[in-house]
Every structure is written in structure tokens, then in C-alpha cells.
Design a protein around this ligand. Structure first.
Ligand code: DHE
Length: 515
């Protein structure tokens, strides 16, 4: 078994494990790559927190047949069906105890590439602001595209199972990529080289870049922490235990940068709280403590620590899974995954100010907003219903519901295009992509570039003239469309491409992009 260039002896040295129990089978066949503690090594962590979120074949089938386009071999010749089933059940059992994963362990995991050379200028002559990354989940790579010619400048290996949007440094030079098992990779787009990696958590949700590019926040499920890394060298700036005001430890649903507020905003998954963590060393000491006195419309509180990483808690009525912000980051729009309503939380006054009619599991993390008839409106897809909700962000009333051909995952637009694009991720019409007029709110075209394939997630080029769409299949592609005529311009073969991220659109918070 070859993983990351290393030969895994245990794949070839195998004798009679069909008689052994799953623990022995694990240590003989899996431990050298996936870790004796199942927390990952050259291969991913084999714990329920990671496995149940992985798409594709079931665990037993992967043990038997291997996983195509990865280094995982099949063990079907070596283990019989009963042993495979027992091993698969064993991997789905929670760990008896979660090992400590604090500052020392995180730092010990850090690898900085010795071959990395800081380039004085890009090693290519493309427009640095029009570089676009394609995450290829099929074989855990990222392709670096020239956004004008669509040439692939580099294709590099990522940690296993990247999830969520990579985050760029404010100058667009470096990118940080996170995997579900907590690895954060730093890559230099100028020199087309990896700078290093660090494991910031054991099971992580997403990452956020601070407004000044100095800090990276990693939202973790396991352990229940928020890890703050220095973007310079991936060292640990702080590990914040996530514990509610009532003393309950909580997972973090997600963390985002609020640029105008110079802070990170995160929601707790197991407690009804939002946290704001200052990234400005001179932050006004309005954080922590909740000494309620009104001052200039803000909650004033006594800081436990002043300035950088000072924390403020906002108590809400129920925990949030998924959320989105309005334009100036004054309001957070959130929803619980199992809930039927959304809430608007005013971050300045620190309380809920409106309820939203959002049945059908809104996917607010994909929400976008734009101007329509002089008012700012927002749209969100729903994971359980074939519809898009359009809301007025001043009155918080529903403007309309657009019926789609099935539940969708992602929305995308750009300030220079009259349309927004909505995929149909689930159900028989997963091959459809709706293109919708931002003013009339009518579907103007439904694209079906590859019948029966999942067609999802859109990103625009810097100027908004081209839209890149993923054909989310093992032998998939990124299709480049003319965003005005909606004609196909180019098809780039890719291995199960998921998200795509344009440097300019991301660092300028282009209208129509997600966080
Ligand atoms: Fe995602 C972004 C949560 C399942 C692909 N997803 C995000 C973000 C969150 C989130 C909080 C924003 C992070 C960011 O960009 O900083 N995703 C969740 C879930 O809670 C959910 C429903 C269940 C789970 O498994 O955790 C979920 N997500 C999926 C998938 O099944 C997808 C389709 C395939 C996969 O890779 O697992 C998927 N999520 C994505 C992608 C983004 C994302 C491609 C980035 C979108 C972007 O344009 O920024």
C-alpha cells in the first residue's frame, strides 16, 4: 500500500487475520497508515466524526475494494466478509477517550517544507488577481488555474477530504486549506509550493482569515476548541476552550471573518451562544464579562483580556448550525439544521431582532445578497426542499419563493452579472443548474451540460464575464460558461471537482460570493 510516497508494509504483510478480532485486524492492517489511535497519519482519521460525513461508498466496501483514485488498497482478498463487517463496525465506534489536542500536540504536528523557497515575484505571468483554485475531491488535489486562459499552472496534493472554502491572505498570495480531520495547509501561489501543514484539530469544520491576514481561526468539533494560528509560520497563537456561559463544552458550528468589525464570529453548536473574538490588538474593550451598561448603543462589558482575541458572548434562543451576514456585518442571519425558522441577530446590540420564515432547512452558509429596486435582498437555498427563499434585508420579510427542480447546496453571483446561479444538488434533477435574473427573480435558463451527472457550485472570474461550473463526478470537469450568453466556452477535465475560488472575488468580498 503506497500512501504519500511511503510503502505501507502492513498491506503486504498479512497473515490469517480473518481469525482475529477487529482490534487485531485494525492494528495489523490499518494502524501504520491511519494511526494506532485511529486519529490519522498518512491516511485519514477513522473515527465516526469523520467517517459519517464522508460521501461515497460505505466503509465496508472501501475496506474490501479500496478507494479509487486514493492510496487506499482493497483488503477483500485478505479479510473475509465477517471480518470486514466487524472492522467496519469497530471504526464506527466512538473513541473511548479523545486524546488531548492542545497547543503542544498541534505544534508537534507542524511540518514546514524544507524545499520551500520564498519567491520575489510569481513564477508565472498570469494576472495574480484572477487566479482561481479548483478543489478536486476525487483524488485530494487542488488545481491552480489562470483565470484568463484557464490553463492549469499547478496541481498539488491537499490533506484528505478538504471541506469548506480555502482562505486567501489579503494580498492574494497565500492560500490556507483545511481538511475535515483538522489539517491546515499553507500554499504559496507565487512559487507554486506548499509552505507547510499543521493539524489544528482532530475533527474540524472550517477556517477563517483575520482582517489583517495575521491569524487563522480553526473551528473544531473535536476537541471542542477554537484554534488560532499565526498565518506566518502556522504556530499556535492560542487554543480557546469552547465552553458556554453555563459551563457546557460545545462544538463550533462555523467561524467567519467579519472584516468591518475586525473580529471572528463563531456560533456554538451545543449552546445558544454566538462568540465574537477580536482580531484588532487595539480592540475597544467591549468584550467578555457582560456588565450590562448601554454605551453608544453597544453592550459594554469588562474585558477579561484586552485587545487581541478578547471574547464577547451573545446569548440567543437556540444554537445555530448555519449562518450568514448582511453587508456591513451588523446582522447575523442564522438557522438551526433541524429548525424551521431563521433568526436575525443584531451583533451591535447583541440580541435577536427578527424571526424569518425559512422552512425546509435553509443552507444559509451559501446565502448571497444584492441590490434590487434600491433595496438589499438576500437569497438562500434549502437542503430539504426544491426552493430558494428571497428576503428583504431591511424589513426581514419574505419577498418570494422561487421553485427549483430540487433541493440545492450552493448559490453564486458577481457584481458584474445580471444573474445568480443555483444548483440542484439532490434528487433526480441533480444535473440541472438554474440561472436566475437578479431583478425579475425569474429562471432564465436551466443548463444541463452532462445528463445525470451532479452539476454544482459556481465561481466567476474576476470580471464576472465567465462562470465556472463543476461536474461533480469522479471523471468530472469544470465547465467554463460565458456568463452573459450562457454558452459553453471550455471544458477542463477534473477529478470530482467541488468548490472553486477566485482570488479577487474572495479577497474583495465580491457581491455574490460566499464567505
Ligand atoms: Fe459544506 C462550505 C457545513 C456538507 C461542500 N460547508 C461549508 C461551510 C460550512 C459547511 C459551515 C462554510 C465553510 C467556509 O467556507 O468557511 N457542509 C456543512 C454541513 O454542515 C454539511 C451539511 C454536513 C457536513 O457534512 O458537515 C456540509 N459540504 C457538505 C457536503 O456534503 C459537500 C457538498 C461535499 C463535501 O466536501 O463534504 C460540501 N461545503 C462544501 C463546499 C463548501 C462548503 C464546496 C465551500 C463553498 C464555497 O463556495 O465557499
Amino acid at each position: 500500500m503506497k500512501i504519500g510516497g511511503v510503502i505501507c508494509a502492513l498491506a503486504v504483510v498479512f497473515a490469517g487475520t480473518a481469525q482475529a478480532g477487529p482490534v487485531e485486524d485494525y492494528s495489523e492492517n490499518c494502524a501504520s497508515c491511519h494511526g494506532a489511535d485511529r486519529l490519522g497519519g498518512l491516511g485519514p482519521a477513522l473515527i465516526p466524526e469523520t467517517l459519517r460525513r464522508m460521501r461515497g461508498p460505505k466503509v465496508a466496501a472501501v475496506i474490501r475494494d479500496g478507494r479509487t483514485a486514493t492510496q487506499m488498497p482493497g483488503f477483500g482478498d485478505a479479510l473475509d466478509e465477517a471480518a470486514i463487517a466487524a472492522l467496519s463496525d469497530y471504526l464506527k465506534e466512538p473513541l473511548a477517550e479523545v486524546p488531548p489536542w492542545g497547543e503542544a500536540e498541534i505544534l508537534a504536528s507542524r511540518v514546514l517544507d524544507e524545499e520551500y523557497v520564498v519567491a520575489a515575484a510569481p513564477v508565472w505571468d498570469s494576472d495574480p488577481m484572477n487566479i482561481t483554485l479548483v478543489v478536486e475531491t476525487g483524488d485530494h488535489h487542488v488545481s491552480v488555474l489562470d483565470g484568463d486562459t484557464f490553463a492549469v499552472l499547478d496541481r498539488f496534493e491537499t490533506p484528505f477530504a478538504v471541506h469548506g472554502g480555502p482562505k486567501f491572505s489579503p494580498d492574494g498570495r497565500y492560500v490556507f486549506i483545511m481538511s475535515r480531520d483538522g489539517w491546515v495547509q499553507k500554499y504559496d501561489l507565487w512559487s507554486l509550493q506548499q509552505v507547510g501543514r499543521v493539524r489544528a484539530g482532530l475533527n474540524s469544520r472550517n477556517i477563517a482569515m483575520s482582517h489583517d491576514g495575521k491569524w487563522l481561526a480553526v473551528a473544531n468539533y473535536l476537541p471542542m476548541t477554537l484554534t488560532l494560528l499565526s498565518t506566518e509560520d502556522l504556530s499556535v497563537a492560542r487554543v480557546m476552550e469552547v465552553v458556554s456561559k453555563q459551563g457546557e463544552p460545545s462544538r463550533v458550528s462555523a467561524v467567519y471573518q467579519a472584516p468591518q468589525r475586525q473580529s471572528f464570529i463563531l456560533a456554538l453548536k451545543d449552546a445558544p451562544e454566538i462568540w465574537e473574538v477580536a482580531t484588532d490588538p487595539n480592540a475597544d474593550p467591549v468584550y467578555e464579562g457582560f456588565i450590562h451598561t448601554q454605551r453608544k448603543g453597544m453592550i459594554e462589558a469588562i474585558p477579561s483580556s484586552e485587545g487581541l482575541f478578547a471574547r464577547r458572548r451573545i446569548e440567543i434562543s437556540e444554537p445555530l448550525d448555519d449562518f450568514f451576514f448582511d453587508d456591513d456585518y451588523r446582522n447575523l442571519i442564522g438557522a438551526a439544521r433541524d429548525g424551521v425558522r431563521g433568526v436575525v441577530v443584531n451583533l451591535n446590540v447583541g440580541r435577536e431582532i427578527a424571526e424569518l420564515p425559512l422552512e425546509g432547512m435553509p443552507h444559509l452558509g451559501s446565502g448571497i445578497s444584492w441590490e434590487r429596486d434600491g433595496r438589499r435582498v438576500m437569497a438562500t437555498p434549502h437542503l430539504k426542499e426544491g426552493k430558494l427563499s428571497i428576503l428583504d434585508t431591511e424589513s426581514w420579510e419574505a419577498i418570494t419563493t422561487i421553485r427549483t427542480e430540487g433541493p440545492g447546496f450552493f448559490l453564486r453571483s458577481h457584481e458584474n452579472t445580471p444573474y445568480f446561479w443555483a444548483d440542484v444538488f439532490f434528487g433526480p434533477n441533480k444535473d440541472a443548474m438554474h440561472v436566475i435574473d437578479k431583478q425579475s427573480l425569474e429562471i432564465v435558463r436551466t443548463l444541463r451540460p452532462v445528463p445525470d451527472a451532479t452539476v454544482a457550485h459556481v465561481e466567476f472570474t474576476r470580471d464576472g464575464k465567465h462562470a465556472l461550473v463543476s461536474v461533480w463526478e469522479e471523471d468530472g470537469a469544470v465547465i467554463v460558461y460565458d456568463a452573459q450568453t450562457l454558452e459553453e466556452v471550455k471544458r477542463l477535465p477534473m477529478r470530482k471537482p467541488s468548490g472553486k475560488y477566485n482570488v479577487f472575488n474572495k479577497i474583495t468580498f465580491s457581491e455574490g460570493t460566499s464567505h
